[in-house]
Design a protein around this ligand. Structure first.
Ligand code: SAM
Length: 252
């Protein structure tokens, strides 16, 4: 799959693409990320890419024409079918794991990173096929949302995580629940009288009990923090009779 990222700040991407488990997906080309510096498509000697908004008001707007030149350059470079064109904006659909899973087996996309007040609406109306938001807050650019999407898609690629089961057990994984809490050494944290110990079952070596404990913590956490996810899992038939018995014991 291939992501073409149109951005004013390509430098923001390099460190992320070289680090962590996902770097394998990028280095192997399994997830091919190509950066298109918007400035290269700017206007005149100063490579202008932004201007004041018609109607006045604060801030600058990214110009339609440089963006269009950059977009057409990605199309020419790809050849073949036109990819989805994704614009990151607070006004978009909230990015979630269901979409990440879909994209993980798709062809990739062109990712448009806004800056300043945003992008000229006429360009968006002509070319964008999907608008995505990272959440109800305002960032200074679309680069972090683009990196978030690329990272989430890369970690789902076969062979990227050491353990293929890992992402099934993550939050929003196979059963749609939140992940359980995790613990590691030491068994007891010095100077931490409250919550200093590790739950005994995790030290018992009893795999069935450990699996049961993890499942119950996951159900409990999801019920407490995201009852909407629990309801979805129930409706989708992803809860077992044991799960239901446990939830009933909690009065849920
Ligand atoms: N004036 C815009 C508004 O209020 O919706 C905010 C512009 S913001 C300063 C600059 C760029 O950051 C946006 O064009 C968008 O690409 C990106 N951005 C900011 N917050 C975002 C979010 N929550 N999700 C996705 N992209 C975001």
């Amino acid at each position: 799959m291939r992501f073409d990222v149109i951005t004013l700040f390509p430098e923001l991407f390099a460190p992320h693409l070289a680090l962590g488990v996902t770097r394998r997906a990028f280095a192997s080309g399994q997830v091919d990320v190509r950066l298109w510096p918007l400035r290269d498509f700017g206007e005149g000697a100063y490579k202008r890419v932004d201007d004041r908004p018609f109607g006045g008001g604060p801030g600058m707007v990214l110009l339609a024409e440089p963006l269009e030149r950059a977009l057409f350059a990605t199309y020419a470079d790809r050849g073949g079918a036109l990819p989805p064109v994704i614009h990151f904006t607070p006004a978009g659909r909230r990015l979630g794991q269901a979409l990440v899973r879909e994209m993980a087996v798709g062809p990739g996309a062109v990712l448009l990173c806004g800056r300043y007040e945003g992008i000229d609406q006429r360009f968006l109306d002509r070319h964008v096929t999907l608008e995505l938001s990272l959440g109800d807050f305002v960032l200074s650019g679309g680069e972090l949302p683009a990196l978030s999407l690329i990272d989430a898609v890369a970690r789902l690629q076969p062979g990227v995580l050491g353990d293929e089961q890992s992402h099934q057990q993550d939050s929003f994984g196979a059963d749609g629940l939140l992940d359980c809490p995790h613990f590691s050494r030491p068994e007891s944290l010095p100077g931490a009288p409250v919550a200093g110990g590790v739950p005994a079952v995790l030290l018992s070596g009893h795999h069935a009990e450990i699996t049961r404990w993890r499942r119950q913590r996951s159900l409990e956490l999801t019920a407490g923090r995201r009852p909407d996810l629990l309801a979805d899992a129930r409706a989708a038939g992803k809860l077992s009779a044991d799960d239901e018995r446990f939830l009933a014991s909690l009065g849920l």
